[in-house]
Design a protein around this ligand. Structure first.
Ligand code: 8YV
Length: 327
C-alpha cells in the first residue's frame, strides 16, 4: 500500500439499505462506498482496488468475497451470520464479526411476547375490541390454549436460548433443551436429539441458527412428536423449519398453534401460513427496537474501528477467530 493510500480513509462497502446510526458512524470514520446489493456483477474496478471492509445485514457469499481482493473484514449487523460465507472468508483470510450479547434480552423478550400472543390470542382479542365486537357481540371467546401446565423445549441453547429459558422458568414452566452439545453446568433436562425433545415437551421454541446443519430440522416428524396440544415458536431462522410441513400440521391439528418471527424467504410468507388462523406471525422484529438496533449498530461499527485502528476485532465469529490482520 502506498503512503497516500494509507493516509486516505478506509473504504467500507455498504450493500443496499442499512441502519441509519451505523451509516452515520461509518461516514465519520471511513469512506462509505454504496452498492445496490451484494452482487459481484455490480463491483466496479474502483471497488476492487479500494474496498477493505463490508458492513452489512448479511448476504455476503463466496463470489462477493472473491470479487474484492483488498477485503479484510465483513462486519455483520446481527448475531446470526448464516448468510455470510464465513468458512470461505476464513480461507481467504477475511475476518467476520457479528453482534452478540447486545440483542440477547430484547430477542428473549420478543420470544416470550410471541409465545403468549400465540397461546392467549392477544392480537385477535385486541382486534375484537377495536372492531367494536366487544360492544356488539360481548366478551371475546376464552382462549383454547394456555401457558399453564406447559412443558417448554428450547432448540438451540445459546445466549438467547438461555435468556428465554430463564424467563420461562420464572413463569413456573419446566425447561428442557436440545443443542449440538450438552451445556456444562446447566440443570435443564438435555435431549441429544430434537425428536427426543419434541416428544418430551408440548411447547417447542426454536432459537437455532441457520445453515446446513439446521436446514428444515423442524419437519413433519418433529411436529408430529410435539403433538396436538403442541405450540411451536420460531425466533431463530426460517430455514430451520419445513414451512410446508408446518402449515400442514397447523391445518390438520397435528399441532395446536405456532408463533413465527422468521421465515425461510423473507419478506415473503407462504400463503398457507398467512391463511392459518392458529398462527401468530411477526415480520422479523425480534431485535427491532430503536434501543437495541442502535447497540447492534455500535457493535457492528466498533468492530470495523477496532480492526482498522488496532488490527483486532471485538466479536469475531468462531470460523474466523484465527484470521490475522494483514501487515
Ligand atoms: C436482525 C437477527 O433482524 O441478529 C440477528 O441475527 O436476526 C436480527 O437481530 C438482523 O440482524 C437485522 O438484519
Amino acid at each position: 500500500m502506498t503512503k497516500a493510500e494509507e493516509a486516505s480513509p478506509v473504504a467500507i462497502l455498504v450493500p443496499g439499505n442499512f441502519n441509519d446510526h451505523a451509516i452515520g458512524r461509518i461516514d465519520k470514520a471511513f469512506r462509505r462506498v454504496r452498492i445496490e446489493r451484494a452482487d459481484p456483477s455490480l463491483v466496479t474496478d474502483e471497488m476492487r482496488k479500494t474496498v477493505r471492509g463490508i458492513a452489512s445485514f448479511g448476504g455476503i457469499d463466496a463470489a462477493m468475497i472473491d470479487a474484492l481482493p483488498k477485503l479484510e473484514i465483513i462486519a455483520n449487523f446481527g448475531v446470526g451470520y448464516d448468510s455470510v460465507d464465513a468458512n470461505h472468508a476464513a480461507r481467504r483470510g477475511v475476518m467476520v464479526t457479528n453482534t452478540p450479547d447486545v440483542l440477547t434480552e430484547e430477542v428473549a423478550d420478543t420470544t416470550v411476547g410471541l409465545l403468549i400472543n400465540t397461546v392467549r390470542e392477544m392480537y385477535a382479542a385486541e382486534k375484537w375490541l377495536r372492531d367494536g365486537d366487544w360492544v356488539r357481540k360481548g366478551n371475546y371467546r376464552l382462549s383454547r390454549l394456555t401457558l399453564r401446565g406447559r412443558r417448554v423445549g428450547i432448540f438451540g441453547m445459546g445466549r438467547i436460548g438461555l435468556a428465554v429459558a430463564r424467563r420461562l422458568e420464572a413463569f413456573g414452566l419446566p425447561i428442557a433443551y436440545h443443542n449440538r452439545r450438552k451445556v456444562d453446568g446447566l440443570s435443564y433436562a438435555y435431549h441429544a436429539s430434537l425428536k427426543g425433545l419434541a416428544e418430551a415437551v408440548d411447547t417447542l421454541i426454536s432459537v437455532a441458527p441457520g445453515g446446513a446443519a439446521t436446514e428444515k430440522a423442524v419437519n413433519a416428524e418433529i411436529l408430529s412428536a410435539l403433538g396436538p396440544n403442541g405450540v411451536f415458536v420460531n425466533i431463530g431462522r426460517g430455514s430451520t423449519v419445513d414451512e410446508a410441513a408446518l402449515a400442514a400440521a397447523l391445518a390438520s391439528g397435528t399441532i395446536a398453534a405456532a408463533g413465527l418471527d422468521v421465515f425461510a424467504d423473507e419478506p415473503n410468507v407462504p400463503k398457507a401460513l398467512l391463511d392459518a388462523p392458529n398462527a401468530s406471525l411477526l415480520p422479523h422484529v425480534g431485535s427491532a427496537s430503536e434501543h437495541t438496533r442502535r447497540a447492534m449498530a455500535d457493535l457492528c461499527i466498533d468492530n470495523l474501528v477496532s480492526w482498522f485502528a488496532e488490527r483486532r476485532p471485538l466479536t469475531p465469529v468462531p470460523e474466523t477467530v484465527n484470521v490475522k490482520a494483514r501487515a
